[in-house]
Design a protein around this ligand. Sequence first.
Ligand SMILES: [Zn+2]
Length: 249
Amino acid sequence: MCRSGFGEQEGPFELLVESLESIEVQQKVSSEKETIEVQTKESTLSEKKGPSGQAEAYYVPVEEQSEEDKTWMRVALDMAEEALQAAEVPVGCVFVRNGEAIAKARNRTNEWRNATLHAELVSLDHIIQTQQIPTPLSDVTLYVTVEPCVMCASALRQVGIGKVYYGCGNERFGGCGSVLDVNSTDMIPTQKGFPAYGGYYREEAILALRRFYITSNTNAPKPRNKGKRVLKTEFLPIKPAGGTPPPAL
Ligand SMILES: [Zn+2]
């Protein structure tokens, strides 16, 4: 969970890619569980449950995705590509308000040796400090290539983001349904929640991550020899049910 996400330049997303390879297996295992609980130091947080009884993100069927949303996600993917070219974990995002991009960013964890510099937080810093748009950002929409992690989901909730669209789910660290439902849980009564919709250019988002991890990340704490890795281009299908629709918030 987030404990790994904050401490390494490489580990969390690499684990995510490995996780994406085995989602189908995990789904079969976890579907047999009535309750999955994640232990933390202070408390026990119940995961979000879908009809199958397992935690899950919500994926919008491709045929229901609007052209406008897909267009903005292409911008986010361009940022992810920029990250890839800069030897960063390829995650990109764009924040949109009144039909205009107000900030866009990519991961900069390796560049600054700061594992908190996820694309979403880099953008939020820009929005809040430079453009000084007052919070809550209820009329702002975030498009990000990978489901926000628990850290970023919490930050997005704290600034009152309006809604979030993402590419692929984050089965290891996702804070918008995949691991924890930070975006919508009523356990955080002090900040309004936000809906999160996944599945926008999901395969492209996964492919970018795979492309990164077949190369050696020399910035990783313990660089691994990946010379024998090959780029996989097959994608496991998302579940037919598509997860649980986000609640009206
Ligand atoms: Zn994050």
